[in-house]
Design a protein around this ligand. Structure first.
Ligand SMILES: NC(=O)c1ccc[n+]([C@@H]2O[C@H](COP(=O)([O-])OP(=O)(O)OC[C@H]3O[C@@H](n4cnc5c(N)ncnc54)[C@H](OP(=O)(O)O)[C@@H]3O)[C@@H](O)[C@H]2O)c1
Length: 385
């Protein structure tokens, strides 16, 4: 009986794997054919894998989150270490960041505000922007760590155009105070970039003082509030707003806009994926309300302290392996820096990964297919805007 069951499971797994590989290849060719000629050389396979994972509605959300992460990490590792000859290995490397930053030219002073710019990918984005000549203001929840980051950035780049302002995204009050500080520091219409980079993943599911699930408020609600408060300060000709999303958004089919805890259970990764899916769906709606360009992005699977709460990344030997196979923070800064600096980026309201625009799958909001207006209206009312 046991033998029969094992054989059946292996056969089923084999069948599903073959089916998935066929689907990924077909989808990848379709995506490739539908890309603009300028991005034809780009790798569409990761996007295709994510879309196939999104179609596995039979799998629980947390399983899909893990699968998306595992597939991407393995795929990128194979490309990076030269085992898969693919355009990704030429695209996602640190030299690309240097080339991008060095080729940026501007005749007028440029200012950027970035949340969580004192560590990980955010720190590398700050470095790139300082090297490109921007003034950078970092929103940090610890002024001590923010100042340390600012000093180190000045040492590395030779630019002292960096400062920090206190910001705690788990508190709407702090977000409002931060926005007011920025308005004192930067004249109206002279803010070119707002980068909503700060985020947390898989932390214990708790409610904030404002009454929302912590990851949801930190990763989604507060960045929306901050953006709404600073939009009138952004340069209407060249201003851009970026939101850090994540490929885990492909694990989500249903959104409910209570933004509390219970509807998604107590699994931290589900809450993370949910908050990042909200961002990717919301940017298209936000883009309709402003002339400022709005983008969401996935930086890749990048080795940072974001994974501190996910056990598997902290097992000593396994942790070393992840150091080796995942992207470096500088490599992870490439897609957001492209969205900040590339003059040819258009299509406001879109989601980007691996240097190109990607598909955002359909989603059901409060039981209604693609009701992004409901997401938008509920978000604004929760942020009391
Ligand atoms: N790494 C990846 O593979 C990956 C993949 C997809 C998306 N992303 C997204 O990319 C962004 C940057 O992540 P990372 O990998 O660079 O992680 P990280 O090194 O942990 O950086 C996150 C930053 O956010 C700040 N932050 C967290 N909670 C905050 C709060 N309540 N108020 C203000 N700041 C807060 C952190 O401040 P502290 O230093 O005080 O904690 C830190 O500076 C995140 O939004 C993440 O979700 C990352």
């Amino acid at each position: 009986m046991l033998l029969l069951l094992s054989s059946f499971s292996i056969a089923l797994l084999f069948y599903l794997s073959i089916q998935s590989i066929i689907q990924v290849n077909e989808l990848s060719s379709q995506l490739h054919a539908s890309s603009a000629p300028s991005v034809r050389k780009s790798d569409c396979r990761l996007e295709a894998i994510n879309i196939v994972c999104n179609r596995w509605t039979w799998a629980p959300v947390f399983i899909r989150v893990y699968l998306i992460g595992i597939f991407e990490t393995i795929y990128i590792a194979l490309c990076k270490r030269g085992l898969l000859k693919h355009s990704l290995s030429q695209q996602l490397n640190e030299q690309q960041v240097d080339t991008l930053v060095q080729s940026y030219e501007s005749t007028t002073p440029q200012t950027a505000v970035i949340t969580g710019g004192d560590s990980g990918i955010g720190l590398e984005i700050c470095k790139g922007l300082l090297e490109a000549g921007f003034h950078v203001i970092i929103g940090t929840r610890s002024m001590e760590s923010g100042q340390r980051a600012a000093d180190s950035l000045t040492k590395q780049t030779g630019s002292d155009k960096v400062s920090c302002v206190e910001l705690d995204l788990t508190l709407f009050k702090s977000v409002k105070k931060f926005a007011a500080e920025i308005k004192k520091k930067v004249p109206q219409n002279q803010l070119q970039l707002l980068i909503n980079n700060a985020g947390v993943m898989n932390i214990p599911c708790e409610l904030t003082k404002d009454g929302y699930e912590t990851q949801c408020q930190t990763n989604f609600l507060s960045p929306v509030l901050l953006t709404q408060l600073l939009l009138p300060w952004l340069d209407t000709k060249s201003g851009r707003v970026l939101f850090a999303s994540s490929s885990t958004l492909y694990a989500i089919h249903n959104l409910d806009t209570t933004f509390s805890t219970c509807s998604y259970g107590w699994d931290g990764l589900e809450h993370y994926a949910y908050s990042k899916a909200c961002i990717a769906h919301m940017v298209a709606r936000l883009a309709k309300s402003t002339r400022v360009k709005i983008y969401a992005y996935h930086p890749g699977t990048v080795r940072t302290k974001l994974f501190a709460h996910t056990t598997v990344f902290n097992i000593p030997f396994v942790s070393k392996m992840f150091d080796f196979i995942m992207l470096t923070p500088k490599e992870g800064s490439l897609t957001p820096l492209q969205l900040c600096l590339r003059k040819d980026v258009d299509d406001s309201g879109t989601y980007w990964a691996n240097g190109r625009m990607q598909t955002v799958p359909d989603v059901v909001v409060n039981g209604k297919k693609n009701d992004i207006d409901a997401l938008w209206n509920d978000t604004l009312s929760k942020c009391k805007i």
